[in-house]
Design a protein around this ligand. Structure first.
Ligand code: ZN
Length: 335
């Protein structure tokens, strides 16, 4: 299996969604409140289908079961990651996600949700909620009970090109005017802490999950520092944003041409800007913004030509934690 697998995106309507997924990426969206594009997913709540080649028509979940060689026999009981683009036309609820252990016990074997965001685009003075100011669990409970959100929630300014790593247990929310590419564990479990007292699609307030949220929130908030590693080479730039237990995430910024190589099980990639050509031993595949694909295990050397930006990632198996980002970046760039 030496062909890249292009996937058909799926869309989810959300009360905070908008129309940017159509305006910027040309997707046919179900309504003007479309919040999420599920781009690479084998989660039962939304599975993508392969669009091309001999595996055309298979769901990603089927592929994971039936064609493990595509993924280099990566050790995991399910496809481990989920890639989305989110259009926050309004504020998302303030929320927190559980870790693997908690989700396994209380959410029927779901994975936990550690996630990260690349800000594709945002309004000039856009912000996000990232972390909280409570020093103890008692203070967290007190501020939540009082509804003292201004005191509890930490707001940070954002700009396009920023990257945020959001480990499970981090209170967070995307705010109005933000378009994000999210790389996350394959999980759909969210505990809502605060929803701005606004009605949902059915006119009712959406459910909050305060007890669970309090149980899983990390207190005090720990701001995990992620410093990126960058390699400028002929034809473009490779940035490694994060290399952690669950995933490594890159940006491939192609100015003319990048030749890349990797030693991992498989790679996920999303074209966020521009267009170009993916060149493999088997042939050439046109790329345009809004395309999402998987490079199977058998494609370990390839080139991308054009003026095009991609966010790419691969899963890691939790436990190692001996990562060396600079080295990973150099290896990928083959220098
Ligand atoms: Zn989240």
């Amino acid at each position: 299996m030496k062909q890249p697998l292009f996937l058909k995106p799926l869309f989810q309507e959300r009360i905070w969604g908008g129309t940017k997924l159509n305006e910027l990426y040309g997707y046919e969206i179900p309504s003007n409140q479309t919040g999420e594009c599920w781009a690479i997913s084998a989660h039962p709540n939304g599975e993508n289908i392969v669009k091309n080649g001999e595996l055309q028509g298979k769901t990603l979940g089927q592929l994971w079961e039936e064609n493990p060689e595509v993924f280099g026999h990566f050790e995991s009981d399910r496809f481990p990651l989920l890639i989305k683009i989110l259009d926050a036309n309004d504020d998302l609820s303030v929320q927190v996600h559980p870790d693997d252990e908690y989700a396994d016990e209380y959410e029927n074997g779901e994975l936990g949700k550690t996630e990260c965001w690349y800000i594709i685009d945002c309004d000039e003075d856009a912000e996000m909620i990232f972390g909280h100011h409570a020093k103890s669990q008692e203070e967290l409970v007190k501020l939540i009970e009082e509804g003292n959100w201004n005191k509890l929630l930490q707001r940070v300014k954002i700009k396009s090109g920023d990257f945020f790593y959001v480990p499970s247990g981090t209170i967070h929310a995307l705010c109005k005017g933000t378009l994000v590419l999210e790389t996350q564990q394959s999980s759909d479990t969210t505990y809502r802490v605060y929803d701005y007292d606004r009605p949902g699609q059915d006119g009712e307030l959406r459910e909050l999950h305060l007890n669970k949220a309090i149980e899983v929130t990390t207190v005090p908030h720990v701001a995990e520092k992620v410093e990126s590693a960058t390699a400028k080479i002929n034809g473009g730039t490779i940035t490694t944003f994060v290399e952690e237990d669950y995933f490594t995430v890159y940006k491939w910024d192609v100015q003319t041409s990048l030749e890349l190589t990797h030693g991992v099980h498989f790679i996920l990639a999303s074209v966020i800007k521009g267009d170009g050509m993916l060149i493999t031993e088997e042939g050439e595949f046109p790329l345009k913004k809004g395309d999402h694909f998987i490079l199977p295990n058998a494609i370990d050397t390839f080139a991308i030509k054009g003026n095009v930006e991609l966010i790419a990632s691969h899963p890691n198996n939790k436990g190692g934690h001996n990562y060396d980002m600079a080295n990973t970046t150099r290896e990928m760039a083959n220098i």
